[in-house]
Design a protein around this ligand. Sequence first.
Ligand code: WT7
Length: 659
Amino acid sequence: MTSTVPTDSVNTQLHEERTFAPSAEFAAQANGTQELYDAAAADRLGFWAEQARRYVSWSTDFTQTLDWSEAPFARWFVGGELNACVNAVDRHVEAGLGSRVALHFVGEPGDTRDITYAALHEEVQRAANVLTELGVGAGDTVAIYLPMIPEAVVAMLACARIGAPHSVVFGGFSAEALHSRIADARAKVVVTADGGYRRGRPSALKPAVDAALDHGESSVTSVLVVRRTGQETPWHERDLWWHEALEAADATHEAQRFDAEHPLFILYTSGTTGKPKGILHTTGGYLTQAAYTNHVVHDVHPDTDVYWCTADVGWVTGHSYIVYGPLTNGATQVMYEGTPDSPHQGRWWEIVQDYGVTILYTAPTAIRTFMKWGRQIPDGFDLSSLRLLGSVGEPINPEAWMWYREVIGGERCPIVDTWWQTETGAIMISPLPGVTPTRPGSAQVAVPGICVEVVDDVGAPVERGVAGYMVLTEPWPAMLRGIWGDPQRYRDTYWSRFYGLYFAGDGAKRDEDGNIWFLGRVDDVMNVSGHRLSTAEIESALVSHPKVAEAAVVGAADDTTGQAICAFVILRSEAVEEADEPGEGGDLVQELRAHVGREIGPIAKPRQIMVVAELPKTRSGKIMRRLLKDVAEHREVGDVTTLADSSVMTMISEGLRSD
Ligand code: WT7
């Protein structure tokens, strides 16, 4: 694993003095209290056992809170049995809450559906019966490739109900990316849709599934297709319409109980190599921490709040904070299919106003986009229902934090900046909104029950004010249980950098009050609009193009997206002759961008591709990305003394200037 000493390139203002204490009114009603910190500090495992019994209904109680004897492979709530879908749906209906709205769905074209817990209950039972009839049993995997529509939630819960781990693939990923995820997880069934809506227009999804399955032999025996857009759709023998299958299925399904450690889902995420990792999460610990953090960090009061997490279910945020956390808590939430600017730039604020949204959980990149559009847009709507704001996905700069607080939150809503990862499964570092005085730009403190540290190169805690690596020092209930099919990669990636510590891959430092500030990734992972992408993944996509000989990708700072993808490519000699001219521009660059879009997905298309004659390399042949980053960020190029050929950087800089 490569990692460089973290720098302050992301957050330069680490001496923020402003703090905002919670109002007495907010603190008085808050779910998260100082007592939680005290209880967790006094007896951490006892604390988690209590949360597990508080937030989750167990069919069989557990006998041991944590078995860490085979570290780093953890078993939480040993001996316990439960069903995640029953926890998220059935038990609320049984408690008489069937008429409560689970999802206020807002489609991009303006169609809406309010789905109660009772309706969700019927749908998940029908879907569980359909999957069972298609031969899906406990332990079989199901791939879900859907737009942001309620059927995505139903499909996930139906899988959980029958013990079939789901692998949700973000609808923006390409057929190629879908293929490799289906193949790696050996999915038996794919759930997809004819299409979804994007900026007012239907956009097809099913053809990508067909292309993904067009690779010869496949583990997939059936494809369930939700009819969303009604567009013309190619059909194969293995295809079934979702609505027809559900209608024909029995409306009742008796849920089985599963072991606390039964796999709940696999979710692929980018690492330092080209091949995405299938992060494995199991049932009891994951559900406990997702529900607990949604309750104490988002401060969800299920009987009165209207909660809205703007993430896509294709990412972990959607898994934990649309599906498993809020539904386990019996909350009412908004689910929105579209983009913030369609049909107009006030769409989100109109939704907040129309549904009386009280809790909004979104990403810094969205906030910065709204800042760019101007405050007159949100100012045109009534946002007075909001009482708590959350941020996730990347460091939030203090300016965006202050704008969020003033313009969206009307200076009355606490902001929780929540740090976590696909691997951690649930929020790890965040203020508790009724307890912690918040500080713009800092994710602040570990949530009760979580133990973190900032360490130096040899794993020793650093002093306050000194940059180091974020590590987690104790196992936690929602931790990943491994990488699907690759236990060694799990050890190597997370547990071998520092003995006995989980290496998160983030740079961090503490301020004089102990608040944690994140400094960005220290490895070859980029964060573009809160989406995680690896430089290696995009490099291998570029190199797979017949005209490219070599490629190097860096993440350059970007005001809106946090980081932007910049690629430097060397062409094969045949292609050089055809190319218009060196440097940027030309059809070739468009061709390469489109190629990356096909290989991975539109989110991975480089903002900039620069055709160069050479790449800067050390004598041992390692590409010096640091120098390319200097070029991409328009800085004076740094120390070049370790380059094998020190004239390379001059050539690159001059080649670009001569365009
Ligand atoms: C990486 C994880 C957490 C769900 C969405 C992303 C960065 C995430 C924050 C934050 C600073 C953050 C980290 C982390 N990150 N939240 N509040 N402050 N950085 O999940 O795709 O697995 O990415 O996102 O770099 O390692 P993910």
